[in-house]
Design a protein around this ligand. Sequence first.
Ligand code: C5P
Length: 284
Amino acid sequence: MPTTSVFAPAKINLSLHVIGQRTDGYHLLDSLVAFAPVGDMVSFAPGRGLSLRVSGPEAAGVPVDRSNLVLRAAELAGGSDLAFHLHKALPAASGIGGGSSDAAAVLRGLGAALDPEALTRLGADIAMCLTPHSQRVQGIGEHCARVQLPPLPALLVNPRIEVATPAIFKALSQKTNAPMPAQLPQFNEARACIDWLATQRNDLQAPAIAQAPQIGALLDVLAALPGCHLARMSGSGATCFALFSTQSDLQSAEAKLRATHPQCWIASGVLGDQTELARPSACH
Ligand code: C5P
């Protein structure tokens, strides 16, 4: 029986501007998003009913019932009689879209075409994860427009704190902040792109640090790594990223951080287009 496997890459909010709020409470965003070659793996094969098994280094505490977005996405796509296996490598509730990317992987694997509004009802980040390339995301996550970014060597670090997204949005004192420029600059190389990103923001970073000061401490550590040009939090946290202009700077920084911060979840890779990596593959 064929098993289909789909890679679910980590999504990184290089910037995340909160520019307003809808009447239903959801926040309007203007965010530049890129994907990492680091992620979960969703596999499925014919089964009886819908079932889910979870394994991998980050499997602890991940639900296997219908509260898991894998099964909810499968249901929404009309899938039935499928046995799913989720290999969890991304920490849960950590601002890098693990659950959303898993759900998007299910939809890619099943070849389901759902409208972005329905997807945002399942999870605001799912629409962007359906197309794992660099993009500008607006609305509450349903408007996704591809952008070209140079490959960005990045270190991803989670301080092992779970952050509740609704609480961080709620704690945001200013809901109407400036968007990114209407026309984004074009960049050919990493350093210029990172220098421009440094002029942008993650508006959720300050409220997240107020709730979990360890995030601020981690960002200070990342910013002080040799070769780091920008350290910022992704999504509502707590995962932070550090950007470098070369892979060798990234490798040295990663070795250093692994030695000093063994308690953290650490991953690295070049942010960019993960479309090929995330294409469903079948094996018998
Ligand atoms: O859709 P998702 O489950 O990722 O969102 C979690 C929560 O984060 C929402 O219930 C909402 O409180 C908040 N949120 C928001 N505006 C967004 C995305 C999420 O207020 N654009």
